[in-house]
Design a protein. Sequence first.
Length: 316
Amino acid sequence: MAVRVDQESRESQGPWSPEWLGEPSVPGRASGPGDPGGPAGPGGSGESVGFGAAARALGLNTREFELAVQLGEVRTVTTGLGRRVACEELRRVTAAEGFPEALIARLRVVGTAESAELLGITQGWLTRLARGGFFAPVRFYVNRYRAVVWLYLASELTEFAVRQPELLSGRTPPGLSAALAAGEDWRAAKWRSRRIGQLLAQTEDPWERAAVLGSVELASAVADPYERAHLRELRPALVRTRPDAGAVRDVIDKVVTADDAREIRRYRAALASSLDDARRARSAPRPGAGPEPALGDRTPVPGRPRSLWQKLIGRR
């Protein structure tokens, strides 16, 4: 009888309740490009589940779910247990037209060979376009030869082909040959820009936002040692690495570190602006200055457009 009652209770709660998914009910606030800082769900219940349960509910593997969160396809909430997914968000995603095929198609990631085949061009020409910055990698990995392998969103490549079909003919755009001959390669910079934008979308806290920008360029841009230490403490990792990564870590460090003077200037300008916001909100922790305000008490600084970083990198 107890088993039957429990089953009926789960059925009455619906497929996206925490109890149905075997998770505790946790209130939270939304975080993500689609609904930054808003309530966990329009229903106001605030119920949420962990990433593992959310991925299973959406039929995604771990890597697909991680990408869905990064791209804003699945919005997250901030709770006392960390970032989770609101049950209302699961209902929104699964109710979307074409689910799950449309979602999986938007998350499809392809390498150089498959990308070239998708666009009907040679791998060499695709690499030249990618190095020229005509589209941005969404991921990368380091192979056994310690070479960086770039991955792209199939949906973005298809959009690129529709938007600029003339570039698929093999004709070199003005200036591209000279830029490539000079050794320019915008793949890493494009990936950094995308990743920074994803992390900025996950927080409204001014110090955390400054720490995101400091992930790429920090030491020479922040003079105060206490501010620098606070930013390092808050700084998120742009990419996850295994503790035993060894020599691979050196390759990854080169990818995540800005090295072009123009890119560094943009990050420094964005970091300086974010630091101004953070200082107005509260000072960086200093010895004997008392405890830092709790996360729930942190108030975003009004008046600063969220699109500042996008403006600096030329996005509309």
